[in-house]
Design a protein around this ligand. Structure first.
Ligand code: GLY
Ligand code: MN
Ligand code: MN
Length: 408
């Protein structure tokens, strides 16, 4: 896609120095290399450069030297001189990271342009991309640095079979965890207890971590979109929004179910639940190649807003309910739970998106979200999280069966 070298740095392991931090790789670097150790870099050289091209390897992984002292604490790392290193990393050419600077200088005699990920205008958190750009600029101050993010993010939006297998594993473990929540849910438990059981199922099944900060919100907390305290006691009559997904092989699941704490929806809760479910079904029916998430009249977002507005549901003032739907219907899912890329790109087969309408009425302590993970296919969609009950009847039935099993 580009006619100039691409330079990417992985994370150094210094990004988060807290005692609980566990190293994970920068997602773009991981996407292109699968390498998940700190301090590495990648250079990709185009196969048909404009002008005289350099001979030699076109995919080079740069690794830090092994550090025996540190390995006493952290365990063995992949080293440059390891036998079978090319097979192990899958990259044909491995160089010491100390050579990167001079290699870039050499390449800059052939290429005027270089690509890397430029820091987004509002880079949040630690300044990884800012640091990387600084290192590259120090090595090749006269070269023109361009942003590879658009091309890379566009690639990441289309999942390969291998990626889909990892996502399905993350989704299946997350479904198992939601089933457990359905089975154990009862008034008197704390929100964190539901989350604890679900996290155990993720990790027991091999998830490296949660794909995002767990949301288990009961009563009023069900209306807080990114509720994270999880310290509330679940009361009889509460609805409980459970938005939890594990990460497996780097890939995220993102699933929400809304349960009645005591196993039975009230008439009002079921009314709102059915509107959200209807909105989700309407949005799902529109998922196919060419569909838009946010732009235009036929977009998934507009379908959900129209569905909620045109439903019979009203608030206490007799107003229609679309004002209680304050978020987006969908995002791409992949290595990141909110995978990057152009959300106005028409859908294509191989994309995985969430479909997640909700209605949150704080004055009634009543929040409902239903969120499934959906693969776009040639003639429509496939719900990857379809094993989990979705209708109010199915949820009540699964809860009753779960409680019966629990009592045996
Ligand atoms: N769990 C984050 C989201 O649903 O987007
Ligand atoms: Mn989501
Ligand atoms: Mn979610």
């Amino acid at each position: 896609m580009v006619d100039a070298p691409i330079v990417l740095y992985g994370y150094t392991g210094q990004e988060d120095v807290s005692e609980v931090a566990v190293f994970f790789q920068e997602p773009n670097f991981y996407y292109l290399t699968g390498h998940d150790e700190p301090g590495a870099a990648l250079v990709l050289i185009p196969s048909s450069p404009t002008g005289p091209g350099p001979e030699g390897p076109r995919e080079i992984l740069y690794l830090p030297p092994r550090d025996p002292k540190e390995e006493v604490w952290e365990g063995p790392k992949i080293g440059l001189d390891d036998p079978g290193i090319a097979e192990k990393t899958g990259l044909p050419s491995i160089e010491p990271i100390a050579n990167l600077r001079s290699d870039l200088t050499k390449l800059s005699k052939t290429y005027a342009n270089f690509y890397t990920i430029l820091p987004p205008p509002n880079e949040e958190g630690y300044p990884h991309f800012t640091d990387s750009v600084m290192l590259i600029r120090e090595a090749i101050p006269h070269s023109n640095l361009k942003d590879i993010a658009p091309q890379l993010y566009a690639m990441r939006q289309l999942k390969s079979e291998g990626e889909l297998a990892l996502m399905q594993k993350a989704i299946d473990l997350s479904i198992d965890a939601h089933f457990d929540a359905i089975e154990i849910m009862r008034p008197g438990l704390f929100e964190y207890q539901i989350a604890a059981r679900m996290k155990e199922i993720h990790e027991w099944g091999g998830c490296e971590r949660e794909a995002y900060s767990p949301i288990v919100g009961a009563g009023f907390n069900s209306t807080v979109l990114h509720y994270s305290a999880l310290d509330g006691k679940i009361k009889d009559g509460d609805l409980v929004v459970i938005d939890m997904g594990g990460e497996y092989g780097g890939y995220a699941a993102d699933i929400t179910r809304t349960l009645p704490a005591n196993g039975k929806f009230t008439t009002r809760q079921r009314e709102i639940y059915d509107i959200v479910l209807g909105a989700q079904n309407a949005a799902l029916a529109a998922v196919r190649p060419g569909a838009m998430l946010y732009r235009g009249k036929g977009s998934l977002q507009q379908i959900v807003i129209d569905y909620i507005r045109n439903s019979k549901g009203r608030d206490k003032e007799g107003r229609t309910l679309e004002r209680y739907y304050p978020h987006g219907v969908s995002h791409h899912i992949g290595l990141d739970v909110h995978d990057p890329g152009d959300r106005d790109r028409p859908l294509e087969p191989g994309m995985v998106i969430s479909v997640e309408p909700g209605i949150y009425i704080p004055e009634e302590n009543l929040g409902v979200r239903i969120e499934d993970d959906v693969l776009v296919i040639k003639d429509g969609y496939r719900i990857l999280s379809s094993r989990l009950p979705r209708t109010a009847d199915e949820i009540e039935k699964a809860m009753a069966e779960g409680h019966a099993r629990n009592q045996q």
